[in-house]
Design a protein around this ligand. Structure first.
Ligand code: HEC
Length: 164
């Protein structure tokens, strides 16, 4: 949280300075620093997107384990939240960030096998839609099995596209 807050204004200030003065961007040492800052901001942003998906999934996992009693409306809303965050993930992961200086666990295969990665996001959004439908229909058995299916889509992407 603190790091992205600290980096974003710096990136914005650097970009704004370039725009106001109208200086054409030239390849220089300064340039590669800007690129690194942009990459850092991208990494931190996508981690926040994933962390939000993680928080919403925790609520659903808790329902599955019968450790908490979210009502069906809350289950449908959590699944809807995951669906929305999945749409953001597409943009959040698009930028290549090999030059980032902050720690990331995204493998470069995300970009070299973008269609496969996108397929993983699509699997997550279909599975989240299924949870939302089951919860809207108040179908307990389908709610449980659809949450299980949704969590499988997390693991199958992480196994391929995340470093341990
Ligand atoms: C299509 C691929 C894909 C899918 C599907 C996916 N993730 Fe991720 N997730 C990633 C990648 C890649 C990272 C690594 C981000 C980084 O650190 O650079 C990540 C990171 C995370 C993180 C760590 C975030 C942080 O704070 O560093 C959490 C939590 C997470 N995912 C939860 C989930 C959950 C829960 C699901 C399923 C509902 C899910 N993910 C589905 C690709 C995916």
């Amino acid at each position: 949280m603190k790091r992205i807050d600290a980096i974003l204004p710096i990136v914005a200030a650097i970009l704004a300075a370039g725009c106001v003065v109208g200086v054409p961007v030239q390849a220089s040492e300064g340039d590669s620093q800007v690129r690194a800052l942009e990459a850092d901001a991208n990494v931190l942003y996508r981690q926040k997107v994933m962390a939000t998906i993680g928080a919403l999934m925790k609520g659903l996992g808790c329902v599955l384990k019968k450790e908490c009693a979210l009502d069906d409306k809350a289950v449908a809303q959590s699944a809807g939240g995951i669906l929305f965050m999945t749409e953001l993930s597409d943009t959040a992961f698009k930028a290549q960030t090999e030059s980032a200086t902050v720690k990331q666990t995204t493998r470069p295969e995300v970009w070299s096998e973008w269609n496969k990665f996108k397929g993983g996001l699509e699997a997550m959004s279909s599975a989240a839609t299924a949870v939302a439908s089951a919860a809207t229909l108040n179908n307990k058995i389908n709610i449980d099995s659809s949450i299980r299916e949704l969590s499988k889509t997390c693991k199958s992407c992480h196994d391929i596209f995340r470093t341990k």
